[in-house]
Design a protein around this ligand. Sequence first.
Ligand SMILES: Nc1ncnc2c1ncn2[C@@H]1O[C@H](COP(=O)(O)OP(=O)(O)OP(=O)(O)O)[C@@H](O)[C@H]1O
Ligand SMILES: [Mg+2]
Length: 280
Amino acid sequence: MRTIAIINQKGGVGKTTTVANLGAALALAGRRVLLIDLDPQTHLTLSCNVEPDTDQLSIYDILIDEKSADEAAVEVEKNTWLIGSDIDLAAAETELANVTGRELILRNALSAMVGRYDFILIDCPPSLGLLTVNALTAAEEVFVPLQPHFLALQGVGKLFETVALVRDRLNPKLSVTGIVLCLYETGTRLAGEVVADLRQFIENARGTVVPWAHARIFDTVIRRNIKLAECPSHGLTIFDYEPRSNGALDYARLAGEVLGKLGAVEQPATKCGMRHKIPR
Ligand SMILES: Nc1ncnc2c1ncn2[C@@H]1O[C@H](COP(=O)(O)OP(=O)(O)OP(=O)(O)O)[C@@H](O)[C@H]1O
Ligand SMILES: [Mg+2]
């Protein structure tokens, strides 16, 4: 089982889109995937076509009321389960302020799920607060979606510092697997420059003990594609909404990299009956 926190304290960089569609690609490739919406904005929950704020248990109930993760997980698609969010989650950081061991609640809740899933993908809010720390404590891997534009790198140092702190104090298994370039504008000079700087930053860490010493920039970039922006409002993943789009192609390729396989095989699997290359 791989538990992956998808984090970036910068908003709107593609975290939720990546969790929803990378998760879908992994599920189509036959993996059992649990998605966790750890963001009070509830965007992942809505993307999965699940209504937040109902009687269904949410991540809030796990963090605040010690409910079990098992009870909160709902099946949303073949091979895909969701622990949804709730607007009340916005108050959770304050409610937990005086609770001892508050950084470990998610990890403890997920320990009961070991072996049930191949992947757990945790969608974090755009902050490095307690919710994100809970994700980093529960995960072994970090993926950082990043939109390569001016100032994008500024936040990365702070983000990696937080990962290092959590690794040193709470979770020695934690490391940064990679950076996913999202909303990528192919052929722009700025994107190229930002990526070169980022590559240098990562290269400088090789051979050191920092948690990003083995990180990579994924070869697959997620191009800007309007279909990716449209599909959440239909409660569909890109593979069900527009399986022939660049968005579907990019997330299928990314899943191939995540699975450690570069080749792709034909997979007859999307709901609307179209076929799409999905890595196995
Ligand atoms: N590759 C893409 N092409 C076009 N639109 C995209 C792409 N990736 C994401 N978007 C859109 O950009 C917006 C921000 O993406 P997303 O919600 O995934 O970012 P986020 O990092 O989760 O944001 P937040 O920090 O607010 O949680 C959304 O409207 C989404 O649909
Ligand atoms: Mg989001």
